[in-house]
Design a protein around this ligand. Structure first.
Ligand SMILES: [Zn+2]
Length: 330
């Protein structure tokens, strides 16, 4: 088989580029051979940190899917965003026009969908002709790459990569963008995953995250009350955590990213993506022009006490309604 992103993967043992042959990827430097089985390329590191937690997470999803009788409708993965009518999917629907505005034209761009689950986002980006990799530790048919495999067809092609996001088997500065939906807060060492994305992005590359669990004192209780699923998920072994907004911010800034945080409900007046496009094109121009005055104005607006206050108010009832856009400086 021919891989979409075969030229950017790296040996998980020695980090060297890999050579692709019919049914495997092999490493010139250390001789390791990584076979491709049922379309899934497995590039797990020789030693996986906190392996138990990662395996329990995959097993936990399997348990929840079976207990609840959830099934991925493979015929419908391509249209999932149009048909999703739960609160969770409505948040994603609100976020995606913003994601599109931020990414712009992704034709032939190297992208990775980290913790892709059944691959709805990888599918979406691949349909826009991005060179996509769906990456996950979980390879089951339940919320894992085994399910994502069913989204592949002649028109929709992306790679299925089993890996540990805290040790990405990707060469330095080879990705144009990375995307995570609702998964960083499940990682055992999220800060390390953020550093790995930074390492593998090209300068100017974008790392977009939506639907991460945000913790505030008030909000934790609210979130738990509103979402009893969290307890069931935890009992099943799923690593449900939440972090404060400031903790996320620290992870991105310490890795070296420039960070912009958006609120889809706030930034989309009347649910229209107008607000997002407007704010973001300004932001983009400012970043590209490097016009100090524009940047200064945007920063000033961003720090207006009233705006800050309104964000805090929102935070209390829109726990996960947030978009992080982290840009690796040029
Ligand atoms: Zn090697």
């Amino acid at each position: 088989m021919t891989l979409i992103n075969g030229d950017i993967y790296a040996c998980p043992a020695c980090k060297s580029p890999l050579l692709e042959s019919d049914n495997d990827l092999h490493c010139h430097s250390c001789g390791a051979v990584h076979s491709i089985q049922e379309q899934i390329i497995s590039l797990l590191p020789p030693r996986i940190e906190q392996q138990n937690i990662k395996e329990n997470e995959a097993a936990g999803w399997e348990k929840v899917f079976i207990e609840r009788g959830w099934q991925i409708n493979h015929d419908n993965v391509h249209n999932l965003l149009d048909s999703g009518d739960t609160p969770y999917w409505r948040i994603i629907q609100r976020c995606m026009p913003f994601v599109d505005a931020a990414l712009g034209d992704i034709r032939n761009k190297h992208g990775i969908d980290i913790a892709s689950g059944f691959g709805w986002a990888a599918t979406r980006f691949a349909k826009q002709n991005a060179r996509m990799t769906a990456a996950d530790f979980n390879i089951t048919e339940f919320n894992g790459l085994g399910a994502a495999r069913h989204a592949l067809d002649e028109q929709t092609q992306f790679d299925l990569l089993q890996c540990d996001a805290e040790e990405l088997p990707i060469q330095n500065e080879s990705l144009d963008f990375a995307f995570i939906c609702s998964a960083l807060h499940h990682f055992t060492e999220p800060a390390r995953a953020v550093q790995e994305v930074y390492r593998t992005l090209k300068p100017g590359g974008m790392f977009i995250l939506i639907c991460e669990a945000i913790r505030t004192g008030f909000c934790d209780a609210y979130r738990d009350k509103k979402n009893p699923d969290i307890h069931e998920f935890r009992n099943a072994g799923i690593n449900e955590q939440s972090f404060k907004q400031s903790e996320y911010e620290r992870m991105f800034l310490q890795a070296g990213f420039h960070l912009h945080t958006f609120f889809p409900a706030w930034d989309f007046p009347n649910g229209q993506p107008f607000g997002a496009g407007w704010i973001h094109s300004d932001l983009r121009n400012a970043l590209q022009d490097r016009s100090k005055i524009k940047q200064w104005i945007i920063r000033l607006l961003w720090r207006t006490p009233l705006l800050k206050l309104s964000r805090h108010i929102r935070m209390y009832y829109k726990a996960t309604d947030r978009i992080f856009i982290a840009i690796k400086p040029n």
